[in-house]
Every structure is written in C-alpha cells, then in structure tokens.
Design a protein around this ligand. Sequence first.
Ligand code: NAD
Ligand code: UDP
Ligand code: UDP
Length: 323
Amino acid sequence: MKDFRTPHTLVTGGAGFLGSHLCDRLLAEGHEVLCLDNFFTGSKQNVRHLAGEARFELIRHDVTFPLYVEVDEIFNLACPASPIHYQEDPVQTTKTSVHGAINMLGLAKRLGARILQASTSEVYGDPRVHPQTEDYWGHVNPVGLRSCYDEGKRCAETLFFDYHRQHGVPIKVARIFNTYGPRMHPNDGRVVSNFIMQALSGTPITLYGDGKQTRAFCYVDDLIEALLRLMRAPREVTGPVNLGNPSEFTVRELAERVLELTGSKSEIRHEPLPSDDPTQRCPDISLARRVLDWEPRTPLDAGLKLTIDYFDDWLRRTPGKTR
Ligand code: NAD
Ligand code: UDP
Ligand code: UDP
C-alpha cells in the first residue's frame, strides 16, 4: 500500500553517473525511490549497493515508451551525456530527449507531479556571450554532430515550458554545466575521466587542440544539492537555471592538475579538436545563488582527489586493467 507521508520520487537515468548519486541522496533523506534506466550508459553496478534498501526499486525501461507509475515528483535525467555515447545512435539520442520529455511530462500532467529536467550548458552551443546567463539564447549548430544532443535538449526545454503554460505542470529546468566525480563512466571520453584514467595507467594525456579552451568543473555532490534545492523551490521557480561551478580552467590546466595530483609521469599528447567543440564555457550562477541560495563548495583539487581515488580503486578491481 502506498505510504502517503513519504515522497515517492522517480529518477529516470537513475543508474547513470548523476542519477545514482541522486538516488543515494533521496534515500538518505527518506524518499521512496523508483530508479528507471535502460542501461545504455548507466549500469546496475552504480546502484548495486542500494539493492537491499526497502525504499528503492530499479526498473529497466526506455523513456521513449510510455510509463504508468504513481509518484509525487520526477527527476528526468535519462539521456547519454558524453559526446561519444550520444553520437553512437544520434536518432535515439533525440528520441530520448524529445519523446522521453513528452512521456515524462504526460506522466507528470496525469499525476499533478513536479518534474525536473536535466538540461545542459550545451543549449548555449559555442557561446558568444561569456559567462553564460540564462537569458542568452545560444549559438547552436542545428545540423552538426552535437546537434542530436543540443537540439534534443533545447526541444525538451520547449516542451517543459509548453506543458507548464498549457497544462499547468509544475516544472523545473536545470542547465547543468560539466560535472565530474566518482561513478563517471571510465570510457566515456569526457575530459576528467580520460585524463585521470590516462594518468593512472601511465598512458599519454590526450589534449585536444591547443588546450586553451575552457570549462568549469562542478563536483557531483554540489550539483546534487542544487538539483534537490531546485525541486523543493517554490512553484514559480521554474528555471531555466544554470547549475555549475563558475571557476573557469583551461583544459591544459586541468591536465596539469591531474598530473600533479596523481604524481603521474604521463606525457601530454596533442590531438585534433573535435568539431563544434566550444572554446569557452563558464556559468553565470547569479540566479542559482539568489533563488536557491546555492553555490558549489568543493574546490577542483579536492573533487579531483576523490575522483582519482574512485578510478584508482576501479582499476584495481577491474580484471585486465593496469594501474
Ligand atoms: P550518464 O550517461 O551517466 O547517465 C544517463 C543515464 O540515462 C544512463 O544511466 C543511461 O543508461 C540512461 N538512459 C539513456 N537513455 C535512456 C532512455 N532512452 N531510457 C532510459 N534511460 C536512459 O550521464 P550523466 O552524466 O549522469 O547525465 C545525466 C543527465 O544530466 C543527462 O540528461 C545529461 O544530459 C545531463 N547533464 C549531465 C552533465 C554532466 O556533466 N554530467 C552536464 C549537463 C547535463
Ligand atoms: N504518458 C505516460 N504516462 C502517463 C500519461 C501519459 O507515459 O501516465 C505518455 C503517453 O505516451 C502520452 C504522452 O505521455 O502520449 C503525453 O501525454 P499527454 O497527456 O500530454 O498527451 P496525449 O498524447 O495523451 O494526448
Ligand atoms: N578534451 C580533451 N581531451 C580529452 C577529452 C576532452 O582535451 O581526452 C577536451 C574537449 O575537446 C573539450 C573539453 O576537454 O574541449 C571538455 O570535453 P568533454 O567531452 O568532457 O565535455 P564537453 O565538451 O561536453 O564540455
């Protein structure tokens, strides 16, 4: 029988990197958690430690298909996030963002549930405004290799706001900037996981382009705190709201930090810059500071150390991998 005092929360993409940390936090705060995933990039391993928890349920499901469950709130995180994964089947990536949003919004509408969308800084494309504020409309290539992700996420934002205006669905749209931490996919080609894996295994650090492009890296615990604050914010706080760390680093600086923290002797090897790779990206988080009273607390070195420990352990546990 449904317990009406405990919030029932659906996390789509719950077996992924961010989703699994979100499930941990929700359970720690007493929620019933329904974790949904098709395991495209996520894995059961990420939530295995929750298997014995009575308030946790894992279901294999693809958000591009309708879903009939009873919950109070929905965190819609399902979508591959790294370029090599989302470009593997670009049509499915757009379907996940667009059909997935329609289905989850339809579910929220039927239930009167709050729904949060994990959107992305990629909606700004290769930005001409710096740092990016939420009122900037972006500079996005609609027909490039990244478009399946960028335009899919932009369309999902449109759907969220139309369901809000047309049907009164209580929405929250988070524009997430580069986030890193334990349980990132070791082979997803993202810069933090690549550099740490390369440094730990003594292989060359692959620096794309001249390494002067910038990113701002947010530690996962800080980001999860922001998602929870956004979901709990008053109804009129719909977003879109930028969530990320406003400390900007060049990718070369990141490589140097990883080399120093791991004590690795890996050399830096230059490789070509991928197409449509944004040259500068950094969030303006004034809105999040104001409406969520939130800002990241974890300095880059501290977050990198925790992530290095995770990958070090992962390499030791994984047969055939060398440390
Ligand atoms: P991830 O790849 O680890 O997690 C995504 C999860 O969604 C995976 O578990 C995957 O199996 C699942 N999934 C994919 N397609 C699905 C489908 N059709 N149906 C059901 N499940 C599906 O990535 P992440 O870094 O945890 O990202 C989570 C969300 O946050 C994504 O929506 C991503 O776009 C967004 N985001 C992440 C970052 C970041 O830096 N990590 C930045 C911006 C936005
Ligand atoms: N939907 C769902 N679960 C629900 C309600 C709806 O998965 O509990 C899906 C269903 O596939 C539907 C979509 O959400 O097509 C959009 O729902 P909406 O009510 O907006 O529109 P409909 O297509 O039903 O007119
Ligand atoms: N990058 C790099 N070497 C790598 C992986 C990525 O130099 O092995 C660069 C990439 O070109 C980009 C930045 O690091 O400029 C961040 O890339 P990532 O794919 O992590 O995230 P996104 O481009 O989506 O911000």
